[in-house]
Design a protein around this ligand. Structure first.
Ligand code: SF4
Length: 349
């Protein structure tokens, strides 16, 4: 696995997605699961932001919230999510329908369950386009589908086929096509390669890079697969216990991880760059999100734990270049903003 990145976006780029103070809770019988806690995050136009972390860290909950979707009984208890300046949490059913699809597209985990087995691929495209433009002519819908299929490397004749006649990789590409046909600005991909084998997965990263360029996409990629994220992302947000604990360029995360949790994650992946042969499992397990304390949630597993870590939770703070003045979200920075939530790095506030 090799950490690669396209040219890093700078903070002076336009912010397409702005998340502030976002908290998502799940009331259950024994209390409240605090799945996402006070997240602040900017996603810049044209970048690929990877969101990574162990299972249950809140990454998929955060990803789904960008479409104002929550798994029951989850609910957003605080915060704003602005896409192109519009707070999607204030939109009614009609407003959110105009955002999902035309502004934000989504690739789900399992392409087979997302396609209707009784509908041809052609009808999937026609139905998708008609849901947003009831007057679109069939010929135009088919022409748009054919153009997309060409970009996806799929023959036009496949339009007449049904999902069961296609391979897993092809179904995945059809799902991407059904998303792109609405020309979204932001593409949300939640564990997009989970259902794919390794060879098809390799093709997926290439395809996504090509489509991103052609369709001017901004991508939020939620994945537990660090290799995949390393290949595609410009920046990475590392989540732990419902918080972002580190945010940096892909090189920063892979070559110079700072938060002890990020370092632990890096130890768990085969990294030929670092010549690591063994794959140690990270000791311990994530905290109980019902009973979070006012301490660093990583403290019980942290090899660097200090007294202050048990008394005070560290907040995500941005690293400033000498002579630069930053806002709370790191704006004004001339390079990729880097942030870490750890008392070891309090000095760089
Ligand atoms: Fe470890 Fe303390 Fe940093 Fe938490 S704040 S990650 S316990 S050093």
């Amino acid at each position: 696995m090799q950490a690669q990145s396209s040219e890093a976006p700078v903070a002076t780029s336009n912010v397409l997605l702005e998340i502030r103070g976002l908290s998502i809770h799940y009331p259950i019988a024994i209390g409240t699961v605090k799945a996402v806690n006070d997240i602040n995050l900017d996603v810049y136009e044209g970048e690929v932001l990877g969101i990574v972390g162990e299972s249950g860290c809140g990454k998929s909950t955060l990803g789904l919230s960008i479409l104002n979707l929550q798994k029951s009984p989850g609910r957003i208890v605080a915060g704003t999510i602005k896409v192109d300046g519009q707070n999607i949490l204030e939109l009614g059913a009609e407003g959110i329908r105009n955002v999902r699809g035309p502004k934000i597209g989504m690739i789900f985990q399992n392409p087979l369950t997302s396609l209707d087995p009784l509908m041809s691929i052609k009808d999937h495209f026609i139905e998708t386009l008609r849901a947003h433009d009831p007057h679109i002519k069939v010929e135009e819908a088919i022409a748009r589908a054919e153009t997309i299929l060409e970009d996806l490397g799929i023959e036009k004749r496949r339009l007449a086929e049904y999902p069961f006649q296609l391979s897993g990789g092809m179904r995945q590409r059809i799902m991407i096509g059904l998303t792109l046909v609405l020309d979204p600005k932001l593409l949300l991909a939640d564990e997009p390669t989970t259902a794919l084998d390794v060879i098809v997965e390799a093709g997926f990263t290439e395809l996504l890079a090509k489509l991103k360029k052609k369709y001017n996409l901004t991508v939020v990629l939620v994945s537990h697969n660090l290799g995949l994220v390393a290949e595609i992302a410009d920046r990475i947000a590392v989540m732990y216990a419902g918080r972002i604990v580190e945010l940096a360029s892909v090189e920063g995360i892979f070559e110079e991880p700072r938060h002890p949790y990020t370092r632990g994650l890096m130890d768990c992946v085969p990294n030929i760059l670092l010549n690591q042969k063994d794959l140690p499992a990270m000791p311990g397990s994530p905290p109980d999100l019902v009973n979070l304390k006012d301490s660093c949630p990583f403290a019980p597993r942290c090899p660097k734990v200090m007294d202050i870590c048990l008394k005070e939770e560290p907040h995500l703070t941005y690293e400033a270049e000498p002579g630069q003045r930053l806002t709370a979200e790191g704006r004004g920075h001339q390079a990729v903003p880097r942030a870490v939530a750890c008392h070891l790095y309090k000095g760089h506030k």
